[in-house]
Design a protein around this ligand. Structure first.
Ligand code: NAD
Length: 479
């Protein structure tokens, strides 16, 4: 296919980066070189910052309705171009084309929801306690220019959350998409450009990630930092943001437990579990990882789970019928193998998968491992790939304690038909998002975010918009 060579988007223009650093983009389905492009130089970053400052002055002063009309034109263009954008997404990221298309359409829905909420950002009046004070108004104002960093697993959806929140709230934004999947983000930027977004309101830069983040976060222009990615990098950027007193939202990794109770509908739990575990080859932060199944139903669950995993059609995301694509980078295959080998050496049992496929591209098959001990790396570190862990449990107390034992707290799931058990799981599972009897916790209208090491703050939902605002009190007394 015709893969567009990525470039930067600076001050309303698509331009080549001026850094000598060359970024290579490889097709994960066959390893071939798709494009090579220049990263952002120090001067490019300064230009992006100056443009974001000017863009903020224009955008934040426009009427919310005017902003909404421009954003709505952009999302209409994204929908019109969704099939072409989805092909680019699959080519650079690897996921099946149907998943890519749904992601692009969902990206438009996410931005629309946030822009709609931007029109009704309500102020709150507080009754004064002094006779001459006529009003005390608690307002929500745009926080200022935002620096946003997105990873490679959802090249449309993750930028949509960050752009939608910032633009919907009246902020300008400089986004650094992951270097491997920047073409999708640039197509979204093109839709905003074609919709008439004023110059400087949106910037897109790629290159050397630590150089870009340290430059943008330290700049007095940037008011807020938003990062999605791994826990270690999220902590580093959080330290930088704190040093420069910048607001910070961190959407980091997870290691989601799934508690399947004795009374659960096993067929439904397995069907949804296979889909959720292996969607996007498991490269999803809210992906279920630890399947804890009541021992009375373990045999039944195991058999159906392994059968479902083995039945998935593996191939290039562009081929019709593919349900499971490659991993993003070759190094991720090596990381999967190291974690699997470590678990097996510690006595775990391999139920399916467990070895990189002997074919071009970065294919690691659906893998299920039973009985990995607590010391195994897989039980502690987010695999972020197609590996599911299976274990039995005897009592709900034990299952909840094991589910909560890790420092992660992004998503957690439970399957039960009993209302009291469902309520207990919802109350006691330590996670920013709990799904009972399904995995659909990430919707445009609902807040997405974690607790503990999985980060803080939210994206999507009303909370995603509020995260790009600042509270301002205006108190008026009679002169
Ligand atoms: P990584 O943390 O090195 O990279 C993740 C993203 O962060 C990439 O886009 C990268 O360009 C960016 N990044 C890295 N260092 C940066 C810096 N100093 N400043 C700004 N951006 C920086 O991880 P990886 O090897 O690409 O992916 C593996 C891990 O990433 C997984 O184990 C998973 O935990 C995590 N991850 C999480 C999410 C999520 O949605 N929470 C998404 C993708 C990856």
């Amino acid at each position: 296919m015709n893969y567009p060579t990525p470039c930067l988007y600076l001050d309303g223009a698509f331009v080549e980066g001026r850094s000598p650093l060359r970024v290579q983009v490889r097709n994960p389905a066959d390893g071939t070189l798709l494009a090579e492009y220049a990263g952002a130089s120090a001067a490019d970053l300064q230009d992006a910052l100056a443009a974001a400052e000017r863009g903020f002055a224009v955008w934040s002063r426009m009427l919310a309705l005017e902003r909404f009309c421009i954003i709505a034109r952009a999302t209409a263009l994204i929908r019109e171009r969704a099939e072409a954008i989805a092909r680019i997404l699959t080519t650079e990221q690897g996921k099946p084309l149907g998943e890519a298309l749904r992601e692009v359409q969902l990206a438009a829905d996410i931005i629309d929801f946030l822009a709609e909420e931007g029109k009704r950002l309500a102020a709150r009046g507080v009754p004064p306690r002094l006779a001459n004070v006529v009003s005390q108004t608690v307002m929500r104002v745009p926080v200022g220019p935002v620096a946003a960093f997105t990873p490679w697993n959802f090249p449309a959806n993750l930028p949509a959350r960050k752009l939608g929140g910032a633009l919907g709230a009246g902020c300008s934004v400089i986004i650094k998409p992951d270097e491997q999947v920047a073409a999708t983000c640039l197509e979204m930027a093109r839709a905003f450009h074609d919709a008439g977004l004023p110059k400087g309101v949106l910037g897109v830069v790629m290159g050397n990630p630590p150089e870009i983040s340290s430059t943008l976060i330290a700049s007095p222009v940037i008011a807020k930092v938003s990062f999605t990615g791994s826990v270690p990098v999220g902590k580093q950027l959080g330290e930088l943001a704190a040093r420069h007193m910048k607001r910070y939202t961190a959407e980091l990794g997870g290691h989601a437990p799934v508690i399947v109770c004795a009374d659960a509908d096993i067929a439904a739990a397995v069907k949804l579990g296979v889909q959720a575990k292996f969607r996007n080859a498991g490269q999803v932060c809210a992906s279920p990882v630890r399947f804890l199944v009541h021992r009375s139903r373990l045999d039944e669950f195991r058999e159906a789970f392994v059968t479902g995993a083995k039945a998935l059609v593996i191939g290039s995301g562009l081929d019709a019928g593919t349900q499971f694509g490659p991993l993003i980078h070759e190094r991720r295959c090596g990381q999967m193998q190291a974690m699997v080998d470590d678990a097996l050496e510690r006595g775990a049992r391999l139920l399916c998968g467990g070895r990189r496929l002997d074919r071009p591209g970065w294919f690691y098959p659906p893998t299920i491992i039973e009985g990995a001990p607590a010391e195994a790396q897989l039980q502690q570190v987010e695999p972020f790939g197609p590996i599911g862990l299976l274990d039995g449990f005897d009592s709900l107390d034990e299952a909840i304690a094991r589910a909560n034992a890790l420092p992660y707290g992004l998503a957690a799931y439970g399957f039960t038909k009993d209302l009291a058990t469902a309520h207990r799981l919802a109350q006691e599972l330590q996670a920013g998002m709990v799904g009972i009897n399904h995995f659909g916790v990430s919707q445009p209208e609902t807040p997405f975010g974690g607790i503990k090491d999985s980060g803080y703050g939210h994206e999507s939902g009303l909370e995603g918009l509020l995260g790009c605002t600042e509270v301002k009190l205006v108190s008026v007394a009679l002169p």
